[in-house]
Design a protein around this ligand. Structure first.
Ligand code: NDP
Length: 504
């Protein structure tokens, strides 16, 4: 593993990105870019260096109020409330086209803001966001109800015609995290726009840049004023005000389980609808009959992709006893080969963690694991003292009860435990408060399906991991969340069902 921090300052930014970084970054309210009501700004840092790269207007409750007023007006009375579903779909498609035309700029922006390798942002984050918008653009014309034959036992002989229709839920608050800033904005905005809602989006304080640039494209695409409002700011102020606001009909949140619970409490005031995509501690299971040529790199990718900052990271690796040493050695080899460095260096395979706070959190878990008796086969430490880099880490000699096995670390740290019996395996795999994802590696397909049915997880990958598609619903069992992002299911978050019954 090598680190190339000294190259950060040499990396030339794309001229569009440099000029975007230099412009004042404001709030998008009712189609206009405005300063925060209190005039304050907050700094955004490059995680590879810890240096501030931009100042962003700091939205607070007053700005959230204004944005919600604009969203309400756009929902009730604006052109958006009268637009045809076909035109709604065309606007979303146009946004995807604009994003595609600016792919390189977004990849760079995402890399400098979040720290992820530019190569990853280029082939994953931005294309997945484009695809999501296109997928949801198609749904705008297909959100249908049904006709329902009814009997009405207390009204014999009468005839009724009954049908359902799906209507937009209304004004939606969306609060998103920093691990896939653009993609999370797309996951939230795409289905809400397809359903005809209006939106107030709060990006994470660490990574607001791509959402703000997306706001410019939303204006350029021609969405009517007030349909999408973007308010960067802090969770405790802007986020909390959005979640609690009495004129918001629904709040959609992605982030920690801890904050997810605060969102539920805040939403209770007006009983707004809530969907949550929260944390995970996903089991990744390797059987002795798997193809180790794919299972070993697959297990490494499951944890090290995006530096482990994935809610679905395969952070608990369970390996059948007889191949335990071989898999540990193989995953460690893969981890050692990863080139860690600044995201903008094209040769980088793993960038820094997103923030000093996240660095402290991950290092705290490493210390906790090692002090409880775990052994680091590779890694276990921070790299250098500039930027927020952590070594890819493989921990063995762990126990199911340890904090590193039970809690979400959200860093490049995998714990590996052996298993012998399938019943014991299913019970330890499910032994967590979370239920987001799981992986199974075996050539015995009947066994794979059988275990998949027993795992309490919203997504199960068999002989693969981290496979995402706009059409495939994603979300969690247990404390990993409520509702699903992506796929047809995501539209349910943003629609109400109305039953209409006509006496004939
Ligand atoms: P948070 O859950 O705090 O942040 C997610 C979003 O919620 C951000 O926009 C944040 O704003 C906002 N927020 C924070 N507090 C409130 C509040 N009281 N009311 C409304 N919104 C709020 O995650 P962290 O950034 O603190 O990361 C901590 C841990 O969360 C990680 O280590 C990881 O375990 C987990 N996490 C899970 C993610 C997932 O994809 N499921 C994504 C990110 C983190 P602000 O940015 O200003 O804090």
């Amino acid at each position: 593993m090598t680190a190339t921090f000294d190259r950060t300052s040499e990396i030339q930014l794309n001229s569009q990105v440099s000029s975007f970084l230099k412009q004042p970054k404001k709030l998008l309210i009712n189609g206009k870019w405005v300063d925060a009501a209190n005039g304050k700004t907050f700094p955004v840092y490059n995680p590879a260096t810890g240096e501030a790269i931009a100042q962003v207007a700091e939205g607070t409750a007053e700005d959230i109020n204004q944005a919600i007023k604009a969203a309400r007006q756009a929902f009730e009375n604006g052109p958006w409330s009268r637009i045809t579903v076909s035109d709604r779909g065309k606007l979303i498609w146009k946004l995807a086209d604009l994003l595609e035309a600016n792919l390189e700029e977004f990849a760079e922006l995402e890399s400098i803001d979040n720290g992820k390798p530019i190569g990853v942002a280029r082939v994953a984050d931005v294309p997945l966001a484009i695809d999501l918008f296109r997928y949801m653009a198609g749904w705008a014309t297909k959100i249908e109800g049904s006709t329902i034959p009814i009997s009405v036992p207390y009204d014999p002989g009468s005839k009724y015609f009954a049908y359902t229709q799906r209507e937009p839920v209304g004004v939606v608050g969306q609060i998103i995290p920093w691990n896939f800033p653009l993609l999370m904005a797309a996951w939230k905005l795409g289905p809400a726009l397809a359903a005809g809602c209006t939106i107030v989006l709060k990006p994470a304080e660490q990574t607001p840049l791509s959402a703000l640039r997306l706001g410019e494209l939303i204006c350029e695409a021609g969405f009517p004023d007030g349909v999408v409002n973007i308010i960067p700011g802090y969770g405790e102020t802007a986020g909390a005000a959005l979640a609690a606001h009495p004129d918001v009909d629904k709040v959609a949140f992605t982030g920690s389980t801890e904050v997810g619970k605060l969102i539920v409490q805040a939403a209770a005031g007006n009983l707004k609808k809530v969907s949550l995509e929260l944390g995970g501690k996903s089991p990744n299971i390797v059987f002795k009959d798997s193809d180790l040529e794919t299972a070993i790199p697959g297990a490494a990718n499951a944890i090290f992709f995006n530096h482990g900052q994935c809610c679905c990271a395969g952070s608990r690796l369970y390996v059948e006893q007889s191949i335990f040493d071989r898999v540990v050695e193989g995953v460690a080899e893969q981890g050692k080969k990863i080139k860690v460095g600044p995201g903008l260096d094209p040769t980088t395979q793993m960038g820094p963690l997103v923030s000093d706070e996240q660095l402290d959190r991950v290092c705290g878990y490493l210390q906790s694991g090692l002090s409880e008796g775990a052994t680091a086969v590779i890694g276990g430490q921070r790299i250098g003292d500039k930027g927020y880099f952590v070594e890819p880490t493989v921990l063995v000699n762990t126990k199911q009860t340890m904090k590193v096995v039970q809690e979400e670390i959200f860093g490049p740290v995998v714990t590996v435990l052996p298993f012998q019996e399938i019943d014991e395996l299913v019970s330890i795999a499910n032994d967590t408060i979370y239920g987001l994802a799981a992986g199974i590696w075996t050539k015995d397909i009947a066994k794979a399906h059988n275990i998949a049915s027993k795992l309490r997880a919203g997504t199960v990958w068999i002989n693969c991991y981290n496979i995402f598609d706009a059409a495939l619903p994603f979300g969690g069992y247990k404390q990993s969340g409520w509702g699903r992002d992506m796929g047809r299911e995501a539209l349910e978050n943003y629609t109400e069902v109305k039953s209409v019954c006509v006496r004939l």
